[in-house]
Write a protein that binds this ligand. Structure first.
Ligand SMILES: Nc1ncnc2c1ncn2[C@@H]1O[C@H](COP(=O)(O)OP(=O)(O)OP(=O)(O)O)[C@@H](O)[C@H]1O
Ligand SMILES: [Mg+2]
Length: 501
């Protein structure tokens, strides 16, 4: 670890009704990976937005390369060598890779004419340095999430960054993509770049970081060397208590079959998928990102079309439904991507919570405000959602708190079957168990529940039965004592070896 490159002192930032950062001091050294951890709404993203020129602090100082520095805006930050890679990627899909890398800072000649060749050449060398498999002319909209992230990281090369900040970078990456990202991070580190790493995945924190700073309610709780601390100490600093490591599973009392799927296929996506789920049962769907799990449940719900397959609802065969029919029947799907599918970002949490039942999908809409408020309060306290009040726009909430509202919105719909796609992604370790508890409650009330998760302990901990999915097919099913991590890994990896052979 080298010298301090960037230091903040006494940073305070308030929003109406919230003190997001309260007298925060912290530093980044060259050649280190510095974790920033804390509960949803602790102020992590806000602090990084201050460094990247997106928020002006109310008080405090940024000392960069030894001198007090004003960061005027995101472009200014980039030019100074401070690069933020956002929680939600922020590229322009219709522009090329090269144009995105230099967005807002396109090289021009003295007449202001864009130097296209230079743009391409610089971008190509930045992409080469990272070992990207695509060129500068590729349209960003055609790239996967992992590749788009590489484009953002290429900016670090292009602008010769000294500080690179990653805000929950692995949320939508496959394991292989994560390994590649970690390699890239180690490369940046070896070159003396100071790196800030924000994540709720504690295993990643202990894997890649050198120091850990904990934020809680906008205040720094302390900074520790990763090698000299452990999960218990860090969680205690984050949430004031150690974690319950056990999972809450609903009692296994099953009623009638709610949904059965047979021979569901879609060319190139999934094939011959079949399963069923009963009242009171939690069915886990485990697989790596990209195995086709989301595609299957989206097809069952009617968001996607299948080539063939049969669906039985409460014992009777039905045609593949539209989303509206699914909702009317009593099916709910909580999607993994909150921003695109889950929320109306400009609305408050109260309206978002009650939205599905207020005429978005049905023709009559009568607002029952006291009831709406009661529901809002119930979930706000159950999931410890951090918001100033029922009408605060959801766009102003932290990433994890938005996710909690997506869940609340569907939980109170009172469905017969609820499908939860990665329900705890982006959720802090302290709130995860509250969500597991809610899942158990739903099953105990007689709902059928399907939980998709890439986290093995989670899917094993909450489910009564687990299906393992790999490359578009269900490759194994486990129940009771057979539900172990070894068996799941085995099922998924053997299948992959077979497929490769
Ligand atoms: N633009 C904004 N307007 C109003 N309040 C905001 C705004 N941005 C953030 N906040 C509030 O500041 C607090 C800190 O939010 P921040 O996004 O920094 O949390 P976080 O630690 O990144 O959480 P998460 O882990 O959920 O991403 C939250 O209470 C949030 O609602
Ligand atoms: Mg955040």
């Amino acid at each position: 670890m080298g010298d301090v490159i960037l230091k903040v002192e006494g940073i305070t930032k308030t929003f109406p009704g919230v003190t997001a950062l309260d007298d925060v001091s912290f530093d980044i050294r060259s050649g280190e990976v510095h974790a920033l951890v804390g509960e949803n709404g602790a102020g992590k993203s806000t602090l990084m937005k201050v460094l990247a020129g997106l928020h002006k602090p109310d008080a405090g100082e940024i000392i960069y390369q030894g001198a007090p520095t004003q960061v005027a805006g995101p472009l200014d930050a980039r030019r100074k060598g401070i690069l933020l890679i956002h929680q939600e990627l922020s590229l322009s899909p219709e522009l090329s890779v090269a144009e995105n890398i230099y967005l807002g800072a396109w090289p021009t000649n003295r007449f202001g004419v864009l130097k296209k060749r230079e743009l391409r050449r610089h971008a190509a060398s930045a992409l080469d340095a990272l070992g990207c498999g695509f060129g500068p002319d590729t349209r960003v909209g055609t790239l996967s999430v992992a590749m788009q992230q590489m484009v953002e990281i290429a900016r670090a090369e292009a602008f010769n960054a000294n500080v690179v900040i990653f805000d929950e970078p692995t949320a939508s990456l496959t394991d292989t993509e994560k390994d590649q990202l970690f390699q890239t991070i180690r490369g940046l580190k070896a070159r003396g770049v100071g790196i800030v790493y924000i994540s709720h995945k504690m295993n990643e924190i202990f894997d890649i970081t050198d120091r850990i700073t904990v934020l809680r309610d906008g205040q720094v709780q302390g900074t520790v060397d990763t090698a000299e601390t452990d999960l218990n100490q860090v969680t205690r600093m984050m949430i004031g208590r150690t974690l319950d490591t056990y999972f809450i599973r609903a009692k296994a009392e099953f009623g009638a079959e709610v949904l059965r799927v047979e021979g569901l296929s879609k060319a190139g996506v999934f094939r011959d998928v079949g399963f069923s789920v009963r009242e009171g049962e939690v069915l886990g769907l485990y697989g790596l990102v990209g195995a086709g799990r989301s595609e299957v449940v989206e097809t069952v719900f009617g968001v996607r079309k299948a080539d063939s397959g049969k669906l039985y609802w409460k014992g009777g065969e039905i045609a593949l439904p539209s989303p509206r029919q699914s909702i009317d029947m009593g099916m709910a799907l909580v999607p993994e991507s909150r921003k695109e599918q889950g929320l109306v970002l400009m609305m408050g949490g109260r309206e978002n919570t009650s939205l599905p039942h207020l005429g978005l999908f049905s023709s009559v809409s009568i607002m029952n405000r006291p009831k709406e408020l009661a529901v809002f309060e119930k979930y706000r306290s159950a999931l410890s959602i951090k918001t100033t009040g029922p009408d605060q726009a959801v766009s102003q909430l932290s990433g994890g708190n938005q996710q909690k509202f997506v869940l609340a919105k569907w939980l109170c719909a009172d469905p017969k079957l609820i499908i939860l796609d990665e329900p705890t992604r982006g959720i802090d370790v302290g709130s995860k168990s509250a969500i597991h508890e809610l899942i158990a409650d739903l099953a105990q009330k007689g709902l059928a529940v399907i939980v998709i998760s890439s986290e093995m302990p989670e899917v094993l901990g909450v489910s009564h039965r687990v299906l393992a999915m790999s490359e578009g097919a269900i490759v194994a099913e486990f129940e009771g004592d057979a539900m172990t991590e070894e068996n799941l890994i085995d099922a998924v990896s053997h299948h992959r070896d077979d497929a490769a052979a």
